[in-house]
Design a protein around this ligand. Structure first.
Ligand SMILES: CC(C)(COP(=O)(O)OP(=O)(O)OC[C@H]1O[C@@H](n2cnc3c(N)ncnc32)[C@H](O)[C@@H]1OP(=O)(O)O)[C@@H](O)C(=O)NCCC(=O)NCCS
Length: 203
């Protein structure tokens, strides 16, 4: 992913993540997330393109535990604007803000997600990366494009120094669960509405 891809990436995000909190915050907030992923040396951002360079898929992850706090500090106006507008116009934003109130007090403090550790899963002895978003345009799904994209992306993440790549998905997200099972990743339910998936770098 390069800065030149950002317009296409934002359009793809809106198609693939309709109804999500970030999507409801608007183009400026969505663009800020991917722009940070492109600029941050500890993050990896890949796109899947067709022959005419139309963006059909994306995979973004980070080795940086301060990714989100840095994003909010750097792009506060984009997020504040999205929240203020969304509070009046978007039910998703009103609901999302309610759910995230507990996070607000910690918003300016870097913190790692320790769900795996709390679930008794042995931590990797090397740095751990989290994937943030993986998506393929609905017109292109089911063709194993997502498998190829995620395999390429994981290779880049491991080359960047990670020993483990993981993330969480909703149990109802069947497409994702099938994808990670097929790729041979570990898949474990870690909460009532959360499944963790992860893969370790082969030595
Ligand atoms: C997750 C995602 C990238 C998977 O893409 P994909 O194109 O379906 O993945 P693949 O082509 O590798 O194949 C997955 C398989 O699961 C199947 N599948 C997908 N959704 C399914 C469902 N609801 N029920 C049954 N099978 C399903 C596909 O048909 C495909 O099987 P096939 O190859 O035999 O046709 C895509 O669904 C997507 O972009 N979702 C929206 C964004 C998202 O939720 N991302 C994950 C969280 S970050």
């Amino acid at each position: 992913m390069t800065p030149a891809d950002l317009v296409g990436v934002v359009e793809l995000h809106k198609v693939c993540f309709e109804g999500y909190f970030l999507t409801a915050l608007g183009d400026a907030a969505i663009g800020a997330l991917y722009s940070r992923a492109v600029d941050d040396p500890k993050s990896v951002a890949c796109v899947l393109q067709d022959d005419s360079e139309r963006i059909l898929g994306l995979a973004v992850g980070t080795l940086n535990p301060a990714f989100h706090t840095g994003l909010l500090r750097r792009s506060f106006p984009a997020f504040a604007g999205g929240v203020v507008r969304g509070l009046f116009t978007e039910a998703t934003v009103r609901k999302g803000i309610g759910e995230r109130l507990g996070f607000v007090s910690k918003i300016f403090v870097a913190r790692a997600d320790d769900t795996l550790e709390r679930s008794g899963i042995t931590p990797s002895q090397f740095p751990e990366a989290r994937f943030l978003d993986v998506a393929v345009h609905p017109d292109c799904r089911g063709g194993r494009h997502a498998e190829r994209l995620v395999e390429f992306f994981a290779g880049e993440v491991f080359r960047a120094g990670a020993g483990r790549l993981g993330g969480s998905v909703k149990p109802r997200n069947l497409g994702s669960l099938i994808l990670y099972k097929r790729l041979g990743w570990n898949v474990q339910k870690t909460g009532p509405d959360r499944v963790d998936v992860w893969v370790d770098r082969e030595e």
